[in-house]
Design a protein. Sequence first.
Length: 99
Amino acid sequence: MFAGIRKLAPGTALIAADGRCTERRYWKLDPATDRSVSEEQWSEQIRAELERSVRDQMVSDVPIGAFLSGGIDSSCVVAFMSRHTRQPVKTYSIGFKGS
């Protein structure tokens, strides 16, 4: 049942069409990193872009919410969402009993 299953490479999309699956690279890290920018400046730029992205996705004519996975990424998204709304952000998570 699981023969032939594998992970996609980072930045790759799987396209299923006409009974075939093909992979397409949609993003690749540019190896020419600007060394004149400090780690603090990179961190601020990433934070600002993530916040801008979240803000831009919050356009809706119905209530919006977020699924909390328990990781840093979903927590950051909800933190930025809360900065750009007057209502509390509705969040959802799933828990399981046992170990």
